[in-house]
Design a protein around this ligand. Structure first.
Ligand code: THG
Length: 290
């Protein structure tokens, strides 16, 4: 029997538990200016309307955690990230996933965030392990560990498992519990490599079996450059949940995504009396009759 671990993240007002015995915890991906010109322009101009709209819409659609990324080329990332966190904290009580590769921005964000944040991310690179993990300990946060290192994203399953183990070990040395580590086995585009989906699914399964940890993935990544993205994302999500994915970073504004996740939860016995499924059905019916 594979171990069940519970990862708890929280805002000042609310805790969210992530576990294979609970419904899938959706991390809303939309508050991210990467590839969104209009959002980049708004953020540069100090406007946060899209951020607020995306936050409210994602929570309404079922996100229980919001990913926040302030990576606008040419902007002061620490200041912008702090500002976005403050705005989101005022607007909603869902916990935040702080998405930055900038250690200075990460520290500034952790300083202002009240609650147990999910940090996105650390990886197996020495320099990252040495700078990010002490901050996770200091601020009592949880952290996403990407299975890549100084040599990039590994081609083999074994190497991904090894890096996951390395991150968990290095965290343990600082007294960070495995419950506070969420591993991301890295879904890549099947447009670039038709084996990328299988690799990600196999990695989820193997890492869960070996370490029992919770698993995230940027599930929209697999469909970059592919037509009918949403349909592919939906099928992939359901399969990944069966393999052990517990908190996907994805877009809950897409029906295909939410329907696949709730179908997977029901099929996995994580939806008591099919309540979530039926509620989703009613919502869709209402929307169709409008
Ligand atoms: N793992 C972890 N964190 C991540 C990723 C991951 N964070 C970033 C990314 N990958 C997940 N977030 C997104 C956000 C947006 C999109 C995809 C992944 C996206 N955007 C549209 C596009 O590029 O086509 C544009 C947005 C729009 O205008 O709607 O698809 O893998 N740990």
């Amino acid at each position: 029997m594979t171990e069940i671990m519970t990862t708890i993240v929280g805002s000042a007002a609310k805790q969210v538990s992530i576990s294979r015995e609970l419904p899938t915890a959706i991390i809303g991906e939309r508050i991210n200016p990467t590839g969104r010109k209009k959002l980049q322009e708004e953020l540069k101009a100090g406007k946060f309307d899209t951020v607020k709209d995306d936050a409210i819409a994602q929570v309404k659609a079922g996100a229980v955690i919001l990913d926040v990324n302030a990576g606008v080329p040419g902007a002061d990332e620490p200041a912008l990230l702090v500002q976005m966190i403050e705005i989101l904290t005022e607007l909603t009580d869902v916990p935040l996933c702080i998405d930055t590769a900038n250690v200075e921005a990460l520290e500034a964000a952790l300083k202002v965030y009240s609650g147990k944040a999910l940090v996105n991310s650390v990886n197996g690179e020495e320099e990252r392990l040495e700078t990010v993990l002490p901050l996770i300990k200091q601020y009592d946060a949880a952290v996403i560990g990407l299975t890549m290192d100084d040599e990039g994203i590994p081609k083999t399953l074994e190497k991904r498992i090894e890096i996951a183990g390395k991150i968990i070990d290095r965290a343990a040395k600082l007294d960070i519990a495995a419950e506070d580590i969420v591993i991301d086995p890295l879904a890549m585009s099947v447009g670039a490599d038709d084996q990328a989906g299988k690799m990600a699914l196999d990695a989820v399964e193997a890492i869960v079996q070996k370490f029992g940890v919770n698993i995230t993935m940027g599930c929209s990544n697999i469909s970059f450059g592919i037509p009918d993205r949403e349909l592919l994302n939906g099928a992939f999500l359901a399969m990944a949940i069966r393999c052990g994915l517990t908190c996907p970073i994805t877009n809950p504004l897409l029906d295909e995504v939410v329907i696949s996740i709730s179908a997977a939860d029901l099929a996995m016995g994580r939806d008591e009396y099919a309540m979530n499924w039926i509620e989703g059905f009613r919502k869709r019916q209402e929307a169709a009759n409008k």
